[in-house]
Write a protein that binds this ligand. Structure first.
Ligand code: LIP
Length: 275
């Protein structure tokens, strides 16, 4: 495939991801307005799933396979669908489920298209879309083509020292994991401007991309939480990574402009994180 052909292909993937994300966002917002209840719990009693999570992912999966029947799908609420095309769609139908349940307007539909990764892990993200259905904000990026919100190019904040940095983070659902995360926060908080805990990793990464945060880190995420947001942040100029200079992973994701990325990583290591 020539570079031009690859570019045309990734434009088509972004267009499809955007169309599907918009339709899923409308569907999920209607479900929110109709009233939400917990359908089940997963890893702990506070790790909830609603019928809207499941129904929205079902809609997204059907729309993907309608257009691209040979692609794979990795989603939060159902088993992986193995494809044959080498492309995986990595989907979080409602990222920020607790916010969705409580009616806090900070949840998102997150869809990424990943090439060459085993079940969406470790590959190259070609396109990503994150939609906040309540605010109507649609963040998107295509690899090598920048990140945008409503047509406006996104650029991360640069030249921010750790002591002046507004840092986003989140916490897991298991008590022991939360205890560890609180201990890290105790060490980090005196060295930064402040913490923001928004409740949606994909929106936190989009906040970084749009200058509403200076940095973001979190431990214990799944690929669907960060796949699209990480591309949007990278295309806005953020350095995004995980432990020991590697790729972001379920163990750790750190994202910030170069310079602050290293400062934050050093501070996390000093707080006992294997960064
Ligand atoms: C959420 C993440 C968030 C994390 C929450 C939760 P979910 O994903 O986006 O960053 O702090 O604990 O994991 O479960 O709402 O899709």
């Amino acid at each position: 495939m020539t570079q031009h052909e690859a570019s045309v292909a990734s434009v088509a993937l972004l267009d499809l991801a955007r169309d599907i994300a918009v339709r899923a966002a409308e569907f999920a917002l209607d479900a929110r307005r109709a009233g939400v209840s917990v359908a089940a719990t997963k890893s702990t009693p506070t790790d909830i799933v609603t019928a809207a999570d499941r129904d929205t992912e079902t809609l997204i999966r059907s729309l993907i396979l309608e257009s691209r029947p040979d692609d794979g799908i990795v989603g939060e609420e159902d088993a992986a669908h193995i494809g044959t095309s080498g492309l995986d769609w990595v989907v979080d139908p409602i990222d920020g489920t607790v916010n969705f349940l409580y009616g806090i307007p900070a949840w998102a539909v997150s869809i990424a298209v990943v090439e060459g990764g085993a079940a969406g892990l470790g590959g190259t993200t070609l396109a990503g879309v994150v939609v906040n259905p309540v605010t109507g904000e649609l963040f998107e990026a295509r690899a090598g083509a920048g990140a945008r919100l409503a047509g406006r190019e996104l650029v991360v904040n640069t030249g921010v020292a750790l002591g002046s940095a507004l840092v986003g983070t989140g916490f897991g659902y298991a008590a022991e994991r939360r205890r560890e995360q609180a201990a890290v926060l105790l060490e980090l908080l005196p060295h930064i401007r402040d913490i923001r805990r928004g409740g949606s990793a994909s929106l936190d990464l989009c906040s970084l991309a749009s200058g509403r945060l200076d940095a973001y880190y979190e431990r214990g995420l799944n690929a669907w939480d960060h796949a699209a947001g990480a591309l949007i942040a990278r295309e806005a100029g953020a350095q995004v990574g995980g432990p020991h200079g590697g790729r972001e992973s379920s163990e750790l994701i750190v994202a910030a402009a170069p310079g602050l990325f290293e400062e934050l990583s050093d501070a996390l290591r000093a707080a006992g994180v294997d960064a």
